[in-house]
Write a protein that binds this ligand. Sequence first.
Ligand code: M6R
Length: 366
Amino acid sequence: EKGGYDHFMLKEIHEQPEAIFDTFRGRLLSNEAMIKLAGVEDNMKKFLAADRIIVVACGTSWHAGLVSEYIFEDLARIPVEVEYASEFRYRNPVITEKDIVIAISQSGETADTLAAIKLAKSKGAFVFGVCNVVGSSIARETDAGAYTHAGPEIGVASTKAFTTQITVLTLMALRLARAKGTLSSSEFRHHLIELETIPSKVEEALKSDAYVQTVADIYKYATNFLYLGRGFNFPVALEGALKLKEISYIHAEGYPAAEMKHGPIALIDEQMPVVVIATKKGHYEKVVSNIQEIKSRKGKIIGIVTKGDVSVKELADHVIEVPETLECLTPLLTTIPLQLLSYHIAVMLDKNVDQPRNLAKSVTVE
Ligand code: M6R
């Protein structure tokens, strides 16, 4: 059942090229320059009239929501707020009929997310679900939705659910961008063509596995890790840190790279591995200067860079390359080495990768 892999997590990491392909199959029609998402199409009026989108989710799904905030705002120019479902539901939030709530959940059974949906509905908002499990409670409770089609995810640490959630949300943002005219038809077409190449680029990113293992071996006894990213890749930094925490039990924190000098920089010394997402285009020069700041405090730098990078290579202790793509699609690639890094560290520390202590696959109690 693990398809020759030692763990479900590793199998699911390697399934991502196919899972992402399955997510856009029949929806992304690049020849016709179209995106077809029935749940969006059928409710286009509501989407176009919406004042804002509020995303509710927990854990990794919340991170996918944060990535989508950058994507929706950049491509479709719709304001987005991303909320922890558990906070939203108890905050007496301001919600109206002009709001669209997007609930993201792999399992479709997360108690807090389900309660947030019920609250939003009671205030008259239109609720759209992005779920993986077909027929799940959240899929049934929402007004419309789009499945991720990632296939079953067994490992407690979410991997392919995350990248396929980002894929669905990107399709939605592109469809709305086209309808609103915030992308020209040539830009739109260019995005479709690039998105179509992502499965093969993920395949290529997975080839860093052997090198990631050597990096994992060097840092497996570290007691703290920092993960930094900016823009579209700030949420990826949060996700990388969560992956490491939950399966290796190493303390890790994700930060927007520029926030470092507002506090966390005090933590940096020669013991501290800092994973920095530094792909080209994504505020690259600024991230390079953040890397210089870490280096001058003797932190160990693991850079996630675009293939062919020169500047970060000169500064970093290790660099892991991912293929080049559009800036808004980079999270789908930069996530891969971070998943592999946490996986290999957990295996080397002999932890229970697929069923980490204290955690359940779906959190059905609040
Ligand atoms: O099934 P959901 O997407 O609603 O689950 C949300 C979180 O419980 C989940 O993403 C959790 O954070 C994962 N263990 C992360 O790997």
